[in-house]
Design a binder for this molecule. Structure first.
Ligand SMILES: Cc1ncc(COP(=O)(O)O)c(C=O)c1O
Ligand SMILES: [Zn+2]
Length: 442
């Protein structure tokens, strides 16, 4: 599939619908809360979730209606918590579902697919959640978008704000990858580097959101933001020909993506778009910050926070994950698992995906693919299963995590070393070829 066209959308395309969003509900105690920029239950401090009028949703939804719409996440508008297709937004979603025969063979899996979300506008799946939160922020009348980011969210918020004509403030831990910082700056966002962890920034954001009245996509707009991850589930099912796979392998930071993909599949079954099927969910966390994987292994559903994350997978370095307990319960309930993946295994998996499938995924993708052999060893993934691995970010954002010995020999700082360069002559090349040989063909 190709990405849809960017730019203004005509009023007819915006598909004005019967109101579908009836309010918010507490996921812990079930209390009802009116639709608004709220994220926490006043009675029990539980997280809030969007509630839809199921009849209104069902009214516009069919495989044929969806097939007639342009590519991108808004083809599933009925299932998303915004009233209309936004007038100005980026072309997000409809990323390829790639068959991965060579990688599958090396992992002992007959039917492996890679959902390549590194091809979104800012090169990560965060464009999905941000598109939904931004559309909602505009509907609520906010003029400033903000986020607490582990890296990818900053670029996604900065770009979405630029496209929608909003101001953007992005808060990041000062030690994140420079490519991600530069990307956010390129879109004109105001960057706030903080010396602290993501969890500390997240707590700071709660205060700022209240005081300044800004739309923090993953804080006060979190119930809407989180729904954006469901579009990964809708696309996977549609791209498989409206059916569900046996296993989904997904990275976990806050646990939002992992749990919302399951919610998305559940909705497709409820609205009759796919046949019911028990999908097992395998989660991936870096072992240097694996509160959810540790809780899963220990048989407890409340993750113990990790105070000082130490991993090359910076995008997944959330020590106190908001949806951690829902993720653990989902792994148990679906017969899946949550794996703790070493940084070495993550780098090796990044190299495998790149060299066997021609797809350069970021460290989070390496961590995800690195979880597959661990889940295979536990018997959670079987050789004949149809497996979909979610590659959520682009390798160009985390090139150092590849830890490729050849490229570390090649560079001095950002430059190719003088002593490895050859003159532009045929003889020099022939001499070089004698010494080095060509790449091995697998
Ligand atoms: C590339 C990438 N993948 C996955 C995730 C996990 O997202 P979640 O917080 O929904 O678990 C993140 C979060 O920052 C990310 O940047
Ligand atoms: Zn509550």
């Amino acid at each position: 599939m190709i990405l849809g066209a960017a730019g203004p959308v005509s009023p007819a395309e915006r598909r004005v619908l019967v109101p579908r969003i009836t309010g918010l509900r507490c996921r812990s105690c079930g209390a009802d809360v009116p639709t608004g920029p709220s994220y926490v239950c006043a009675s029990c401090f539980g997280p809030l979730e969007v509630v839809y009028d199921e009849e209104a949703v069902a009214a516009g939804l069919s495989r044929a209606a969806i097939a007639d719409r342009p590519a991108g996440i808004w083809r599933y508008l009925e299932l998303l918590p915004v009233e209309h297709v936004p007038a100005r937004s980026l072309p997000v979603g409809s990323t390829p579902l790639q068959r991965a025969e060579r990688l599958g063979a090396s992992l002992g899996i007959e039917h492996l697919w890679l959902k390549n979300d590194s091809l979104n506008p800012t090169l990560s799946f965060k464009d999905r959640v941000v598109a939904v939160a931004t559309a909602r922020a505009v509907e609520f009348g906010f003029d400033t978008l903000a986020c607490a980011s582990t890296g990818n969210l900053a670029g996604a918020v900065a770009a979405a704000a630029a496209a929608a004509g909003l101001r953007a403030y992005v808060f990041v831990p000062a030690d994140i990858e420079t490519a991600k910082v530069r990307q956010a700056l390129a879109y004109g966002a105001t960057l706030v580097p903080v010396s602290g962890t993501y969890d500390q920034i997240n707590r700071l954001s709660l205060e700022i959101a209240d005081e300044h009245g800004w739309a923090f996509v993953n804080v006060n707009l979190r119930p809407y933001y989180a729904e954006g991850s469901k579009t990964l589930a809708y696309e996977v099912a549609e791209q498989l020909g409206w059916r569900l796979p046996d296993v989904v392998v997904a990275p976990i930071a806050s646990g939002s993506l992992y749990t919302k993909v399951a919610k998305g599949f559940g909705e497709l079954v409820r609205y009759g778009l796919v046949e019911p099927k028990e999908v097992r969910f395998v989660g991936a966390q870096p072992s240097g910050c694996a509160p959810v994987a540790n809780a899963f292994s220990a048989g407890i559903d409340r993750p113990v926070p990790v105070r000082d994350p130490q991993t090359i997978v910076k995008s997944l370095a959330i020590g106190d994950p908001a949806d951690g307990q829902f993720a653990v319960r989902q792994a148990w309930a679906t017969g899946g698992s949550i794996e703790s993946v070493s940084d070495d295994a993550t780098s090796a998996a990044m190299r495998q995906v790149a060299t066997l499938e021609g797809t350069f995924t970021e460290a989070a993708g390496g961590c995800t693919v690195g979880a597959i052999p661990l889940a295979r060893a536990r018997g959670m993934i079987r050789a004949s299963d149809e497996v979909v691995a979610l590659l959520t970010g682009n390798g160009m954002k985390t090139p150092d995590a590849l830890a490729d010995p050849a490229s570390s020999m090649l560079f001095k700082g950002d430059e190719i070393r003088e002593e490895v360069r050859i003159p532009a002559t045929f003889d020099a090349f022939e001499h070089w070829l004698e010494e080095h040989g060509g790449p091995a063909v697998a």
